[in-house]
Design a binder for this molecule. Sequence first.
Ligand code: 5GP
Length: 184
Amino acid sequence: MSLIVLAGPAGVGKGTLVRWLLDNAEGYSLSVSATTRSPRPGEEDGVHYHFVERARFEQLIADSQLLEWATVHGDNYYGTLLDELTRADAAGLHLLLEIDLQGARQVMETRPTAITIFIHPPSFEVLESRLRERATETESQIQTRLINARAEIASAEEFDYELINDDLAQTGKDILKIVSESEG
Ligand code: 5GP
């Protein structure tokens, strides 16, 4: 079972890529993160995230139940539950982690065998228009995400692999190839 970290700025299409992998490949599962942010319309607890209160998240940290965690976009906690690894391991499934740069760095430290992949947008303009099309954030939230995106892109070379997501199926296939090659 491989631990696969997919990082890259918000709006780069990580969520769509993950869905492509789950739909088109055998043996993959997605880690459902815990977060203190509120659900967006259509998001379900336990499916998109485990939506928790701050106090509950802080308890998870105190109890060492997280593989990694970070405050993302200023004010909300996001983290990977160690339970997700146990579950994937028991099921013999690869585990995809869709996390931010701070979390990815923690995984690089504590799980050096993890496969880390940075997803680039085709261009910064494309990223900005995808964030605006999504229309789930306020203008100031979009600005925060764009500032964070520049910082994230600057760190891409810390990752084992870098892919440019200009064609969903191609990027998905590239990920499958990386994982199968790393299994030897
Ligand atoms: P969103 O609020 O748009 O769902 O996610 C915002 C950011 O949080 C994304 O960049 C996403 O990668 C990151 N994120 C989601 N789950 C986790 C997690 O478990 N840990 C960390 N470190 N970041 C996460």
